[in-house]
Design a protein around this ligand. Structure first.
Ligand code: ZN
Length: 451
């Protein structure tokens, strides 16, 4: 990974923003953007100045005066846009093709919860390096490692995207597993990969527990088993989740499960494989987000036949005007995940951005792909009132690329600048993250699970 150079931190940040070593940075930062994209309208404004004070944007425009003493970040040769969103990933799960063959019992048995939590932290940094400033982390997350990582990032322990964690997926007996009787009954193998919830009382308890332990969204296994959830079950989860400010995502893998999820009015449906054109029509009508998990056909993943189906399904959802998000379901690794030219390992960020291949194959215009990766992602993550738009009052989460993603979406493969919460994480293509690291929970004075 060429951009992962070791850089002496103090020199790097000073050089990056044009400061002499030892000079204290001003609390105001002025970013000169050559072009500034508004993905909502698919327009770009030339020569804009963005003022950032602390964590937030305070002014944007062509004639914004740069205060004396402000630190100037010159991105005048680049295109600036909001950070990207992966609406479906699993940072604390990386199951191996061999010997696991895509079942992750072995990961669960052989990789400890602390190890998986550390993997999640690494994956978060890799995703941020590729421009993903928000991720929805929805299940299989090593005993709430997703929520712990969210908390650690929010408190200022380390850099990473804004994490919208779900905690364990809630399902009826068996979740996505088919365990043996002894593993199920005597060794409690379901938890913490899944929470079994088999009655209205258990559904309410499971939703409450996930929110208590830091979830920001609730994920239901609607039809992982033939005895999955009814419309009434799903509605109950939605109303209970709403009490804690959470929206509900339905994992869907059957036609019937899709219809029950739509009828119940879930906020997001994960996986597009079982959805029919009629489902897409209903989702568009109801404004239900799709996190399709649109896997590309790559030397390390997929098949041509599966890819064709995925592309056709994505295309149909786009034609029906379903609110689309960019979503990957990344949770795997194998020894073919290398750059074919350099032979270097692809990062989790590289693997994530490769999902663009599916969107391009579906013939979706760059402006709509970009909207899925930003505006719709922020809405699906339910944080659009705080993050996303590059406007005064919003958190300063923004990235910069050479070229124009509105004309060539592959420009997003070259993210050279990343700002998260007003701090420069990457500049000139090099990570400069030392300002994110702190010796304590410097940003959480109000208690453990502040919302
Ligand atoms: Zn998933």
């Amino acid at each position: 990974m060429k951009t992962w150079k070791a850089v002496f931190p103090a020199l790097a940040i000073a050089g990056a923003v044009g400061l002499a070593v030892g000079q204290q940075p001003s609390p105001v930062m002025a970013i000169k953007a050559g072009r500034l994209i508004d993905p909502e309208t698919a327009t770009a404004a030339a020569n804009q100045v963005i003022l950032v004070e602390g964590e937030k944007i305070t002014a944007v425009g062509p004639n914004v005066a740069i205060p004396a003493g402000a630190t100037v970040v010159d991105l005048s040769s680049l295109t600036v846009l909001p950070g990207l969103v992966d609406a479906h990933t699993h940072m604390a799960l990386t199951y191996k093709e061999q010997p696991e063959n895509y079942y992750y019992y072995l990961t669960y048995v052989m990789e400890s919860t602390p190890l998986r939590a550390i993997q999640a932290a690494s994956n978060g940094i890799q995703l941020l390096n590729s421009g993903f400033t928000v991720v929805r982390d929805v299940g299989n997350n090593a005993l709430y490692a997703d929520a712990a990582l969210r908390q650690a990032i929010e408190q200022g322990w380390l850099p990473g995207p804004t994490v919208i964690p779900s905690g364990p997926m809630i399902g009826s007996t068996g979740g996505q597993y088919w365990p043996t009787p002894e593993m199920y009954k005597y060794h409690n193998i379901m938890f913490p990969e899944y929470i079994d919830a088999n009655s209205p009382d258990e559904i309410v308890r499971a939703v409450r527990e996930n929110m208590l332990f830091g979830a920001r969204t609730i994920k239901l296994c609607v039809d992982c088993k033939p005895w999955g959830y009814s419309v009434e079950d799903i509605k109950l989860a939605i109303s209970e989740a709403a009490k804690g400010g959470c929206k509900v995502e339905a994992h869907v893998q059957t036609i019937e499960g899709a219809q029950r999820s739509i009828d119940a009015g879930v906020y997001i449906i994960a996986h597009n494989t079982a959805l029919t054109p009629e489902h897409h029509r209903q989702m568009a009508e109801k404004g239900i987000f799709l996190a399709g998990t649109d896997t590309p056909f790559m030397p390390y993943r997929g098949s041509e036949a599966a890819f064709k189906r995925t592309v056709a399904n994505l295309r149909d959802a786009w034609e029906k005007k379903v609110p689309l998000t960019f979503s990957t379901d990344m949770d795997y690794w194998n020894e073919r995940m290398k750059d074919p030219k350099s032979g270097e390992w692809l990062s989790r960020g590289d693997l994530t951005i490769n999902f663009l291949e599916t969107w391009k194959a579906a013939g979706i215009p760059p402006a709509d792909i970009l909207r899925a990766m930003t505006t719709n992602g922020y809405k699906a993550a339910d944080i659009i009132l705080q993050r996303g738009p590059i406007k005064p009052g919003f958190y300063a989460d923004l990235i910069a690329v050479a070229g124009d993603p509105l004309a060539d979406i592959d420009a997003l493969r070259g993210v050279s600048f990343v700002m998260k919460n007003g701090l420069v994480f990457k500049n000139n293509g090099v990570m400069v993250p030392e300002k994110f690291f702190n010796p304590g929970p410097v940003k959480t004075p109000n208690g453990r699970w502040t919302r």
